[in-house]
Design a protein around this ligand. Sequence first.
Ligand code: FES
Length: 351
Amino acid sequence: MNTSSAYKRIVIRNIVEEAQNVKSFQLEYADGSPLKYEPGQFITFIFPRNGQDEGDRRSYSFSTTPGIDATPAITIKRIENGEYSRWFIDNAKPGNTLLTIGTSGHFTLPENLQEYKKLIFFAAGSGITPIYSLLKHVLVTYPHLPVVLIYSGRQADDTVFYEELTQLQKQYSDQLTIEYLFSTSRNLSRARLGKLLLEALLKQYSGTDHRNTLFYLCGPYEYMRMATIVLQTEGVPADNIRKENFATRRPVQKNEPPDKNKHAVELRLNGNVYSFETEFPETILQHAKKLNIPIPYSCESGQCGTCAASCIKGKVWMWNNEVLVDSEVEKGRTLTCTGYPVGGDVILEIK
Ligand code: FES
């Protein structure tokens, strides 16, 4: 079955150079329909290989904010060994069209944001991209919510959105505090976000009771790992830490589900119902792909959230989940790319 009907064509309308090897790409659907997304989300492209629709998939975060920026744009940094980021930075031109499965992502603001007393963003390098999108939304929509941005880069000159952020800091001086940590700084105690500096910043901006502070982290793998460990060690509830993984590393499956038996899966997707049986070692996503079911996915390793589904009957065990917080999992949210049905049959819904 050709699954291209599940894909849409998107056009690069304009390209803006943001810093060395970093560009923003303004996007529009080729059919003129609105490109809908939430602050902090990303778009997943499909790059066909050998004329096959099921080519490579890559996701890129929006730096723009709906309702504030007129045209949606993603911001991409050139990665030396990143085939598609190199294509975007070196070769992409206005007018180029791409295939997409659309927008998704869990690095978004909770519905109960007004219940929090403070928002602290941690960004490193191009990890600023989704955080810039979230930040603009919060400043405009929640004027009474104090916001802190702790942003690690090399130096002001090549820091993405440095001028725009400095402007925002002036404009929202009562609400927004920005701490730049430049690795070229002579003050070594403020050059990199390490354990001691993070503990000090946490105390300064969140005090000792972190239940009413929400944290958003985006950056390289080691940065995120260190920050997550320190925040949790300092008593930040896991539910208050939201992460967007920009890592290119894929985790390796180390553990196996407690139940490796065959179970039936009913998958409700876009008004269609697909039924199949699957068993270890094939995840739900792997089996669905084999059957050419147009199920959304990107990273295939529990790191992006594109494949998230609601489990409305039964239980799904995941070998990796770096996106869903505990309270979401408790409500039945799950990932099909790392998930196996366990203990019986399951019904999943993807909206
Ligand atoms: S496809 Fe990325 S988390 Fe499942």
